[in-house]
Design a protein around this ligand. Structure first.
Ligand code: PMV
Length: 329
């Protein structure tokens, strides 16, 4: 199944030429139970479910204005070259909806999360682009369908269509119409996410290639989908019961298990820097001292901390540069 075949099932066929300017925002999301491995690389269909938390007002805002000749991009006030990764991926995404290049777009994107925060902006970026296209082209699609379309741009983008805790259903269908994200009903006002930036260096390999390489070569990958199924079910239950200890242990264990599959890939995919390991030790030491904090880590060296509001002071003391997000505020 190809992306255009899926899109033909979701998006109205004859649409008026876009005229207006539209703006849309979508939050970043951090996975507590990770998406790592695709059963279908064309459609970004996962091998297992995943669960994330959205970061409120931190994310991407995009403005689209129809223009002549070619797409133009500005990110955080700077013009981008058409060859850069973001511009190429976004134009390829637009091409899915304009097979004959019927229109071009001026894209002004702003990340409300500092780019230096070391957070992937592709999830919030593709979610915001999808929301903006829905408005620009008058699709009038619901969030579930938009989540499916955003997934075609970047897998984890399907979760950025929603606030709070979000699950991504793995689905079974070849066309992926049953693989979309949905919000969980639990709100958890005193939950906090801390962003700890340890390096701003370019990462050695992007998540897309690292995922495929791990799945193809890591002897530990065979155990991963079943691990995720278990962690996913247990995490949902921990969230439902507001059991923070369980949530933290599961999120930390799941992130380390994902990195273990990468370390065993041949050649290994190593995102950890010495600073990452040091920060992990610091989190464990804080915990031993009674400050209940856990970490998770994605395809990069930076840590994301999970804690509750009363523990903020102890965390800021050890990580003075931490950027704190209140996802339910
Ligand atoms: O959606 P992608 O291709 O950027 O992959 C995201 C992969 C992780 O961030 C490591 C895990 C996740 O579930 O977000």
């Amino acid at each position: 199944m190809t992306k255009p075949e899926v899109i033909a099932q979701l998006v109205p066929k004859r649409l008026p030429a876009p005229k207006k300017t539209v703006t849309a925002f979508a939050p970043s999301n951090i996975a507590l139970c990770k998406y790592w491995g695709k059963r279908d690389a064309e459609l970004n269909l996962p091998t297992a479910p995943s669960l994330s938390i959205s970061l409120g007002r931190l994310g991407s805002e995009v403005t689209l204005t129809p223009c002549a000749d070619h797409d133009r991009y500005t990110l955080n006030g700077r013009r981008l070259l058409p060859e850069c990764v973001f511009a190429r991926r976004a134009s390829a995404f637009f091409d899915l909806f304009r097979p004959h290049k019927q229109f071009f777009l001026e894209v002004v994107a702003r990340n409300t999360i500092p780019t230096a925060a070391g957070l992937a902006s592709s999830a919030s970026g593709f979610a915001a682009l999808t929301l903006a296209l829905n408005d620009l082209l008058g699709w009038k699609l619901d969030r579930r369908k938009l989540s499916i379309l955003a997934r075609l741009g970047s897998g984890s983008a399907c979760r950025s269509l929603f606030e709070g805790f979000v699950e991504w259903r793995v689905g079974k269908a070849a066309d992926g119409l049953d693989s979309f994200a949905e919000p969980l009903p639990t709100r958890w006002p005193d939950l906090r996410v801390g962003l700890v930036v340890l390096s701003k260096q370019e990462k050695p390999i992007g998540s897309r290639d690292a995922m495929a390489h791990t799945r193809a070569t890591s002897p530990l990958y065979a155990a991963w989908p079943a691990t995720v199924e278990r962690d996913f079910a247990a995490l949902k239950e921990a969230i439902r019961r507001r059991d923070f200890t369980r949530l933290g242990e599961l999120a930390e264990g799941n992130a380390l298990a994902m990195h273990a599959t990468m370390l065993a890939a041949r050649p290994a995919v190593v995102y950890c820097l010495p600073e990452s390991l040091e920060a992990m030790q610091a989190v464990r030491a804080l915990r031993a001292d009674g400050c209940e904090v856990y970490f998770t880590m994605d395809a990069g060296p930076n840590l994301k901390l999970l804690f509750r509001k009363p523990d903020l002071r102890g965390i800021v003391k050890r990580f003075p540069e931490v950027q704190v997000v209140a996802p339910f505020a």
